[in-house]
Design a protein around this ligand. Structure first.
Ligand code: SF4
Ligand code: SF4
Length: 110
């Protein structure tokens, strides 16, 4: 099982923002518009991540135990590109910062 499936800390730590072209009400976008809010200009974010306490509305489960993403196939690039080796147990600075904020131990360095 992926390390991320027993974590989810990053989904409840940082603002998950992206260009509005990723939203599915725009041609070619895929992120469900109902889960998105505007930030400013061409920038949007996933609901629940704009202000603290942050928790993405698409995050299911308990952080640090068992989690899943309700829009996994349609998640924004920011999620796809975040800590790409964390799933196999190799975290980076941002991943481990998120884990630290949720009282989880760091993953091995990337
Ligand atoms: S990328 Fe890091 S912080 Fe995010 S779910 Fe995976 S292990 Fe947790
Ligand atoms: S869209 Fe999915 S992967 Fe991205 S922050 Fe939300 S729950 Fe996490």
């Amino acid at each position: 099982m992926s390390h991320c499936q027993s974590c989810g800390a990053c989904c409840a730590t940082f603002r998950v923002s992206f260009h509005i072209e990723e939203v599915d009400d725009v041609s070619g976008g895929r992120v469900p518009a109902g889960l998105v809010e505007s930030v400013a200009g061409q920038l949007a974010c996933i609901r629940g991540t704009a202000t603290a306490p942050r928790r993405c509305v698409a995050l299911r489960g308990r952080i640090g135990e068992a989690v899943s993403c309700a829009i996994y196939e349609f998640r924004p690039d920011a999620c796809r590109e975040f800590a790409p080796l964390a799933a196999v147990g190799r975290g980076d600075e941002a991943c481990n910062e998120a884990r630290r904020r949720h009282q989880l131990p760091p993953l091995g360095s990337a």
